[in-house]
Ligand binder design. Structure first.
Ligand SMILES: Cc1cc2nc3c(=O)[nH]c(=O)nc-3n(C[C@H](O)[C@H](O)[C@H](O)COP(=O)(O)OP(=O)(O)OC[C@H]3O[C@@H](n4cnc5c(N)ncnc54)[C@H](O)[C@@H]3O)c2cc1C
Length: 555
């Protein structure tokens, strides 16, 4: 056994783990946070080197996760949804959906290190899909119950948003005023006014003015490469650092948790391996699992023992079920005029017009639209030339001079409804360096997904046409390219132990001192909202429940 026994041991320093540690520290509870990955510093990020386009988020030893996937065969009747590039052809040739990327960072801050910091509250109706629309499930609490926790998380993140954004009930204004939309976005808003899309500045955890020791954004547009200036609300900086500074939180990085062990009616210890491959065993009164929607179910399944032969917390076979993925489309093309589209925040404005669960005619489950030029990697001149232009030699140089800054991408993200064919299990053959089975994502399309993707593509074409872009040069969709950006749902929370893994407080139905606090607890995904603010709000709420349980000694 190593070191003193903390009240709470948190596995994973990503969005959920950092928010949990911060709130526990505020509530006077000591916590130890473990993460498999390394810490990152602003000096690790390089958006300022000459070949910056060729460097995405940096890799450091231990920062890469791995998983495998079992994906659908494609249905020829939906061929119109397939991904293609005018210059590079089909992106998933053949009849099989392709695994494009597993982008989750291991490190202090988790995937918030390279997130674009969209900071969204869920649509209230998206939390009641069963009772209001007859599909999926309801959340075990409503928007009003989460609202104070959203407020606390937004305050800490310094979310910048507009008072004109009436898309969600709010008790007050956003902590910071909105960022001014870029020139390209202003042009889009003006040109598409007849479509009544209700564009508003996208709420982001990026300061529009100095806030909480963070400088204001410099608009390099490269949040997904890691924030060099340190203004972005990555959770290591905004939640973990103040938790540590409070004296109530300590952190150990480079420690891979291999399994959680239980004894009697409690979980007792976690078994880890450090960077030198030495095993470390740690005890705690409470364990909070926050390893993300792929790794949390994997760890529970890899923790099978005599008392839990199918995996920890898996008495009802619910661990790993109800996996929800990113349902997305991006259309890119050239505007006839210069837009300066290489400048500005990624996704700086948003349309919530089709976000409500009943907003897309004939479907349950909405979507949202944003500019996506930076996240589609079209802000740099090399990618612009490669993917938007077809000429060679002197003609290419002339075209580049004439068109650079006029590339524009429109993105949409939609509801991913839970269903039986989407789940995370253990891979039967592939193992990690510690000899443990990798997670295998089984991601079949839910029945309504192709129709939702078609709506997103058709509407994107209409928006781009109104903007003046009819010459589409790339269409990228999650129909044939699986991309684990927003993932949720594999340790669902709910009241019924037969249909969920944890209760409304994130507490295991089986083990009273085990909690889950990451994207895996989401019962439904929302209509394209970015999940991280909700992860933070849920963790903030659950931290109070952990504290109360510790105080009552019913842990
Ligand atoms: C490119 C990109 C852009 C995104 N942009 C946005 C955005 O703008 N807004 C938004 O809301 N969301 C965005 N997201 C999604 C967001 O980053 C995730 O939803 C969020 O980080 C998930 O939080 P989490 O707590 O569930 O897990 P994570 O943040 O993934 O954290 C899990 C942590 O657990 C650790 N861990 C895993 N297994 C173990 C183990 N066995 N032992 C010890 N530690 C372990 C990992 O190292 C990691 O640090 C984006 C994601 C990507 C990939």
């Amino acid at each position: 056994m190593n070191g003193p026994v903390p009240d709470v041991l948190i596995i994973g320093a990503g969005a959920g783990g950092c928010a949990m540690a911060w709130r526990l520290a505020e509530l006077g509870v000591d916590a130890l946070v473990l993460d498999a990955g390394p810490p990152f510093a602003t000096t690790d990020f390089h958006a300022d080197v000459a070949d910056w386009e060729d460097h995405l988020f940096p890799e450091r030893p231990g920062s890469q996760g791995r998983c495998t996937a079992q994906l659908d065969r494609l249905d020829p009747s939906w061929d119109g949804l397939r991904s293609w590039s005018r210059n590079y052809g089909p992106q998933a040739p053949g009849d099989q959906r392709r695994f494009a990327a597993y982008q989750h960072v291991r490190g202090l801050g988790g995937s918030t290190l390279h997130f674009t910091a969209e900071s969204h509250r869920l649509h209230p109706a998206a939390m009641a899909l069963r009772s209001r629309f007859g599909v999926a499930v309801d959340w075990p609490f409503d928007y009003a119950a989460l609202a104070p926790h959203y407020e606390a998380a937004e305050r800490q993140l310094g979310t910048a948003g507009s008072p004109a954004d009436r898309s969600r009930p709010r008790g007050g204004d956003f902590p910071l005023p909105p960022h001014r939309p870029s020139y390209a976005s202003q042009r889009l808003m003006a040109a598409t006014e007849p479509l009544a899309l209700g564009w508003v500045p996208n709420p982001v955890a990026i300061p529009s003015q100095a806030y909480g020791g963070r400088p204001p954004c410099i608009y390099c547009g490269q949040c997904h490469r890691g924030c060099q200036v340190g203004d972005k609300g990555s959770f290591d900086r905004v939640f973990l650092a103040p938790a540590v500074a409070s004296g109530r939180c300590s952190v150990r990085h480079g420690l891979r948790v291999l399994r959680i062990e239980a004894e009697g009616e409690r979980v007792r210890r976690v078994v880890c391996r450090d960077a030198r491959n030495v095993d470390v065993v740690l005890e705690a009164r409470v364990v909070v699992l926050a390893a993300g929607a792929i790794e949390s179910p994997r760890l529970l399944l890899n923790s099978a023992a005599a008392h839990s032969p199918e995996g920890l917390c898996n008495e009802s076979g619910q661990v790993g079920r109800h996996f929800m993925e990113t349902v997305s489309t991006v259309l890119s093309g050239l505007h006839p005029e210069p837009l300066g589209s290489m400048r500005g925040l990624p996704a700086d404005i948003i349309s919530w017009r089709y976000n409500a669960p009943d907003a897309i005619p004939g479907l349950v489950g909405g979507c949202r639209f944003t500019p996506a030029t930076a996240t589609a990697e079209l802000a740099g001149p090399v990618n612009h030339a490669r993917r938007m232009l077809e000429s060679w030699g002197d003609a290419l140089i002339a075209d580049l001079r004439r068109t650079y800054g006029s590339a524009f991408a429109l993105g949409a993200i939609g509801e991913s409804l839970p269903h039986d064919k989407a789940f995370v299990a253990l891979d039967a053959t592939e193992r990690d360096a510690d000899g443990l089975p990798l997670a295998r994502i089984h991601a079949g399309h839910e029945a309504s997904t192709p129709a939702r993707l078609k709506f997103m593509l058709d509407k994107s074409r209409e928006i781009l046409a109104a903007f003046g872009i009819t010459d589409i040069r790339e269409q990228i969709t999650s129909y044939d390219l699986f991309n684990a950006t927003h993932v949720f749902g594999t340790c669902r929370m709910g009241a019924d132990p037969a249909r969920s893994v944890v209760d409304a407080g994130g507490r295991s139905h089986r083990w009273p001192n085990l909690f889950v606090a990451d994207a895996s607890v989401f019962p439904t995904s929302g209509g394209g909202e970015a999940p991280t603010l909700t992860i933070a709000a849920i963790a903030h709420r659950s931290a109070g429940i952990v504290r109360d349980a510790l105080a009552r000694r019913d842990i």
